[in-house]
Design a protein around this ligand. Structure first.
Ligand code: SF4
Length: 285
């Protein structure tokens, strides 16, 4: 059995920066430091933060005065930010700069009078944060089917933007569908560079492998997109959130196993999965 590691693994810059900022706050203020929602979508990273004294909250109300509250890498809406800043808290913003860029672009396009079409997954924190920065009309389109079904109003002008971790092929498809039916559409939809690079890398990996293990969590959007892209290449795919999940049954029949990881999966998880696969492969030889 051949084992291939994806050429891009490990934290993206936004996740790394959010974790470093949280580490600095823990060192400076001591525990507990509060985080509004999960800092990043990965169980082992969150478990580690909790063990170091971080506490995850869903609402800034009721925190002890003077506490440090960190906004997660996914960003927050304007109303959530304003409400938190009105409280006697030390607010630390770990929103990824690339997410903030999309938030600002959405707000600016709206201020220019466009109805903003956001490509994104319903209910995702990043999507809620972006929508909550757009004061004018906005419409969420969750995939190519929504773009196909969308009926524009000829009296309105439209602009499109995208959640940073969408499938880049879907974003391109959705923009093309909308351009064909909306003359003058302002197209600002694109995924972030980290997402794009990872998706390209997994596409290459999956083309060579019959099984692709995707390290990460089931509630991580970028991780699920990697799995989707590997599957579209024809590979069997498995989401693996712990090295313990790698069993001989999981690998059975595979001639080439590829390993990739979401942008919020730690190196320790990828290395653990690689070691487990190599152990099993050695036993099968
Ligand atoms: S996936 Fe992109 S936008 Fe999201 S945290 Fe990472 S670098 Fe930032």
């Amino acid at each position: 059995m051949e084992v291939k590691l994806c050429r891009i693994n490990g934290f993206c810059s936004g996740v790394r920066a959010a974790l470093e900022l949280t580490g600095e706050m823990l060192a400076k203020h001591g525990p507990p430091v509060f985080i509004l929602h999960e800092l990043v979508h990965n169980e082992s990273v969150v478990k580690d933060l909790l063990a170091r004294g971080a506490r995850i909250v869903d609402d800034p109300e009721g925190l002890p005065p003077g506490s440090t509250l960190i906004f997660s890498a996914h960003g927050v809406s304007e109303s959530v930010e304003n409400r938190a800043r009105a409280l006697p808290l030390n607010i630390v913003d770990a929103t990824c700069p690339l997410v903030r860029q999309v938030q600002r672009r959405g707000a600016a396009l709206s201020a220019e009078g466009h109805t903003v079409l956001l490509f994104g997954k319903s209910g995702h924190r990043e999507v809620e944060g972006i929508l909550g920065r757009i004061r004018g009309e906005k419409i969420l389109l969750t995939g190519p089917a929504d773009a196909e079904a969308f009926v524009p109003n000829p009296g309105k002008s439209y602009a499109c933007i995208s959640q940073t971790t969408m499938n880049s092929a879907d974003v391109a498809k959705m923009a093309a569908i909308l351009r064909a039916k909306i003359p003058g559409l302002v197209d600002s939809a694109s995924v972030c560079h980290a997402t794009l690079a990872r998706q390209d890398a997994v596409r290459e990996l999956a083309a060579d492998c019959d099984l692709v293990l995707v390290a990460g969590s089931a509630h991580s959007s970028n991780t699920l997109r990697l799995r989707e892209i590997a599957a579209a290449q024809g590979a069997r795919t498995e989401l693996v959130s712990s090295p313990d999940a790698v069993t001989p049954e999981l690998l059975r029949g595979a001639k080439c196993v590829g390993i990739t990881s979401g942008a919020s999966a730690p190196d320790s998880l990828v290395n653990g999965i690689l070691a487990a696969v190599n152990r099993i492969a050695a036993g099968l030889r």
